[in-house]
Design a protein around this ligand. Structure first.
Ligand code: FES
Length: 249
């Protein structure tokens, strides 16, 4: 198949950036979206031009590195699918495809389609961990955890931190990401010990990073490649308001 690509090119954070047009020729429908970009880049390199910079690592939908808006949709048109797992068979020969980076003030563009998502790292550093002694793996497994609590925690832990929730939200809110990280620990006994401190610190760091607020559009849930539910935002908000008293003490 042959496609026309309109790709955001931006030299660095200071550059204004612009859309540029490329032809993707002889693309196999079995290629992934990133493999299609690899072909375009090979041709650009052959012509002595600067290849399109884009993020990727596992290409298996687990690392959360890939981050493209495809035709205005975070991770493209397939529900519950990262852009590295999106295949070209979902497009038609002759299609025009617009490819842009995540758009959010807290995710400044580094180059072309790569954005700086270290704001997420700083939120995790503010509390997305367990620091109490939980023993080795056999001890942890010896703690009985109700099945529904374990499953809820697992649903939240599916978050790969890609930032699609931020990119999809008109407020560039990171609430779904932070809620998933807070909730996956808060639902387990090992994480409950520090739950109050964690939720306050992570929410406050989220605000410092310049993410917007949640106004219940649910675009985050629709864009999330792991289909994480907005119910975790409600759980986080309840935990946050209960924990404010912890902060005042
Ligand atoms: S490259 Fe790892 S999730 Fe897409």
């Amino acid at each position: 198949m042959n496609l026309t690509l309109y790709v955001w090119r931006q030299k660095n954070a200071q550059d204004k950036g612009r859309m540029e047009t490329y032809q993707a020729k002889d693309i196999s429908p079995d290629m992934s979206f990133l493999e299609m970009l690899d072909v375009v880049n090979e041709n650009l390199e052959r012509e002595g031009k600067d290849p399109i910079a884009f993020d990727h690592d596992c290409r298996e939908g687990i690392c959360g590195t890939c981050s493209l808006n495809v035709n205005g949709v975070a991770h493209g048109p397939e529900k519950g699918t990262t852009v590295c797992q999106l295949h070209m068979r979902h497009f038609k020969d002759g299609d025009k495809i617009y490819i842009e980076p995540w758009r959010a003030r807290a995710f400044p563009v580094v180059k072309d389609l790569i954005v700086d998502r270290s704001a997420f790292d700083r939120i995790m550093q503010a509390g997305g961990f367990v620091s109490v002694g939980t023993g080795g793996a056999p001890d942890a497994n010896a703690i009985p955890i109700p099945k529904d609590a374990a499953e809820t925690a697992f649903d939240a832990a599916a978050c790969i931190g890609c930032g699609a929730c931020v990119a999809a939200c008109k407020n560039a809110s990171a609430m779904l990401f932070v809620a998933a990280k807070v909730s996956h620990l808060a639902n387990l006994p090992q994480g409950r010990v520090e739950a109050k401190r964690r939720v306050v610190n992570m929410v406050e760091q989220m605000d410092r990073e310049g993410f917007g607020n949640c106004t219940n559009y649910y675009e985050c849930e629709a864009a999330c490649p792991k289909e994480i539910s907005v119910k975790f935002i409600a759980q986080m908000n309840r935990g946050y308001f209960r924990s404010l008293r912890y902060k005042e003490q």
